[in-house]
Design a protein around this ligand. Structure first.
Ligand code: MG
Length: 161
């Protein structure tokens, strides 16, 4: 059994017809992520948690920011890489717990869709994936300027579903 912790933060950029991604789910917003990749912060934090549980370095080592080959990269590919490394060691994700911090929009209407999407990507079920949304309590400079995410992943022996 292994446990890993991951963290990520991205700046928000104002955008009239914007959206940002959480586990591949499009969240309509007046902001978009400032990112070299597709900016899917949740998949970045979860991927780092899995790699950390395996004693491996962070995703920036495998998918260096600023390189042409990682420009606008679909972060599901980053997660797949982390899962591939777990599978090589005969480990699967048995649980993931995530905290996302952002001021708006209110995320409750999107929770189930995000939970389902992440569980599917991890090869597990929704009841093994917990997602908590918090705010920055309007604290500058973070409120409406950034989104951050923390994630833990529990890996146990066995095959993915
Ligand atoms: Mg990131």
């Amino acid at each position: 059994m292994r446990i890993g912790l991951g963290y990520d933060i991205h700046r928000f950029k104002k955008s009239k017809k914007g959206f940002f991604l959480l586990s591949g789910v499009r969240i309509p917003s007046g902001f978009r992520m400032d990112a070299h990749s597709d900016g899917d912060i949740m998949l970045h934090a979860v991927s780092d948690a899995i790699l950390s549980a395996l004693g491996l370095p962070d995703i920036g080592v495998y998918f260096p920011p600023g390189k042409p080959q990682t420009r606008n990269i679909n972060s599901a590919l980053i997660l797949k890489y982390a899962l591939h490394n777990a599978k090589k060691r005969k480990l699967k994700v048995s649980g993931a717990s995530i905290v996302v911090v952002l001021e708006k929009p209110k995320m409750a209407p999107y929770r189930a869709e995000i939970q389902y999407a992440l569980a599917k990507l991890l090869g597990t079920t929704m009841d093994k994936v917990g997602i908590t949304f918090k705010t920055f309590e309007n604290l500058k400079p973070f409120a409406n300027c950034a989104i951050s995410c923390m994630a833990t992943a529990l890996l146990t022996e066995g095959k993915r579903k």
